[in-house]
Write a protein that binds this ligand. Structure first.
Ligand code: PNW
Length: 455
């Protein structure tokens, strides 16, 4: 214990997402989402796992809020399932879907926990995917309509609204390499999706602002992109390209600079960029009060002149090699490097002064380890991961970064997308046979961190 203190009012919390925890997939009028479809596609998700039941949070939310309160969480980031609110994406609003988030919000507020809403954490109504999904412009407009419907119900009680979670994943994993729903594989579709996601953010953010939303933000999984060899010019070029496709393609238009020229040039070698219309970049640049960052692991790249690269991003196949993770790995196979979080926070703060930041996700998947005498999972590996990253966050604050809070991914073990239930990120263990929740050792450690506002 070294006595690191965080700023007064620092927001301590945890995060989840609707499809990963709610279950109740066909209840109260909920329509199908792309993840219902994708998880039923043979070979798409580990052992055919689905979110049909998940953590049954839809029915157990009150118990889950009680766990949060016991741990002393000050904030809870959850997502609203679009197909609960607009079952087919275009038709009437389903009040029973909104009723659930109404109950959840009141329960959180009664427990003194600040709700942070994410409007889109990847569960696109299947009806909208059938009309083209994020590759078509009208999806952005439907998103803004849906956002307003949620705000009409919850806007009197919820202060912090974020639009999208990790549009990089939606676009590149959903439409580029097909690892996530809807499982499409087309580089042009990936870029169309990037743009329409950003446009949807801008339309929704402006509509929410007009409706009186207090704090507006978006969450990005920005990458800390590093060269394999700091002295190599080819590696520096690879860093610039990947940084452009991963970070600046989102950050620059969101903060008013429009798409970067070098990124547009790269994209236009793959697909005509006529989907970007006059006025779009202005719309995307809706004023932001908060930028959420999700950080797990750094990205190391090397330039390859011989075409021996990988197509992790559309159009990088010929020129960029992504280095394998090294050192200690999490159960996702991701390397553990807290310094990457400090670098990322400092870089974003330097490039976008005046924009408050929040870590909206950080955490590690680790297999269940031994139990202690109280039957808790003795997850010292997870505790060490969180401790290291909190120190890294503190280092950034000490260097002047305006970091407002930290949300652990995740409150509960849950449906880890293509990995199904086999990867566990929770600080609270879930026994999927009994739905029993047991705070792990890391949860008790986090409880103390929150209580003393520091390490
Ligand atoms: C994020 N990648 O997803 C999500 O926001 C969470 O829903 C998820 O459970 C968590 O991180 C852990 O995976 C990501 O392949 C999924 O780079 C995949 C990647 C990044 C983020």
């Amino acid at each position: 214990m070294t006595g690191l203190r965080f700023p007064e009012g620092f927001v301590w919390g945890a995060a989840t997402a609707a499809y990963q925890i709610e279950g109740a997939a066909r209840e109260d009028g909920r329509g199908p989402s792309v993840w219902d479809t994708f998880s039923r596609t043979p070979g798409a998700v580990f052992q055919g796992h689905t979110g049909d039941v998940a953590c049954d949070h839809y029915h157990r939310y009150a118990d889950d809020v009680a766990v949060m309160a016991e741990l002393g969480l000050r904030a809870y980031r959850f997502s609203v399932a679009w197909p609960r609110v607009r079952p087919d994406g275009t038709g009437p609003v389903e009040p029973r879907g909104l009723d659930f988030y109404d109950r959840l919000t009141d329960t959180l507020l009664d427990a003194g926990i600040d709700p942070i809403v994410t409007l889109y954490h990847w569960d696109l109504p299947q009806g909208l995917e059938d009309r083209g999904g994020w590759t078509v412009r009208e999806t952005a407009e439907h998103f803004a309509d849906y956002a307003v419907a949620v705000h009409q119900r919850l806007g009197d009680r919820i202060r912090t609204w974020t639009t999208l979670n990790e549009p990089w994943c939606s676009a590149y994993l959903g439409y580029g390499n097909g690892v996530h729903a809807p499982g499409r594989r087309d580089a042009g579709d990936a870029f169309r999706a990037v743009h329409h996601l950003l446009l949807g953010h801008g339309l929704a953010a402006r509509a929410l602002r007009a409706a009186g939303a207090e704090t507006l933000g978006i969450t990005l999984n920005l990458a800390d992109v590093q060269p394999a060899d700091a002295g190599s010019a080819a590696d520096a070029d690879a860093v610039r390209l990947v940084d452009g496709l991963h970070n600046r393609i989102f950050l620059d238009p969101l903060t008013g600079a429009g798409y970067p020229e070098d990124v547009l040039a790269h994209v236009s070698r793959i697909v005509p960029t006529d989907f970007v219309r006059d006025g779009d970049e202005k719309m995307i640049a809706a004023p932001l009060d908060l930028l959420g960052l999700n950080y797990y692991s750094p990205t190391y790249v090397a330039g390859r002149a011989d075409g021996g690269g990988s197509d992790a991003y559309p159009g990088t196949a010929g020129s960029v090699e992504f280095l394998p993770a090294t050192g200690a790995l999490t159960d996702m196979g991701w390397s553990i490097e807290p310094a990457g979080l400090t670098r990322l926070l400092e870089r974003v703060a330097a490039d976008h002064p005046g924009l408050p930041l929040m870590i909206t996700e950080n955490g590690g998947a680790f297999p269940d380890s031994a139990r202690d005498e109280q039957g808790r999972v003795a997850d010292t590996d997870r505790t060490a991961y969180l401790d290291g990253h909190l120190r890294a966050a503190h280092a950034a604050i000490a260097r002047g970064v305006d970091l407002r809070g930290y949300l652990v991914w995740s409150l509960l073990d849950n449906f880890e997308w293509a990995e199904g239930y086999r990867k566990r990120f929770g600080i609270v263990h879930v026994d999927y046979l009994t739905q029993r929740r047991t705070p792990k050792q890391s949860a008790r450690w986090y409880q103390e961190v929150i209580a003393r506002n520091g390490l």
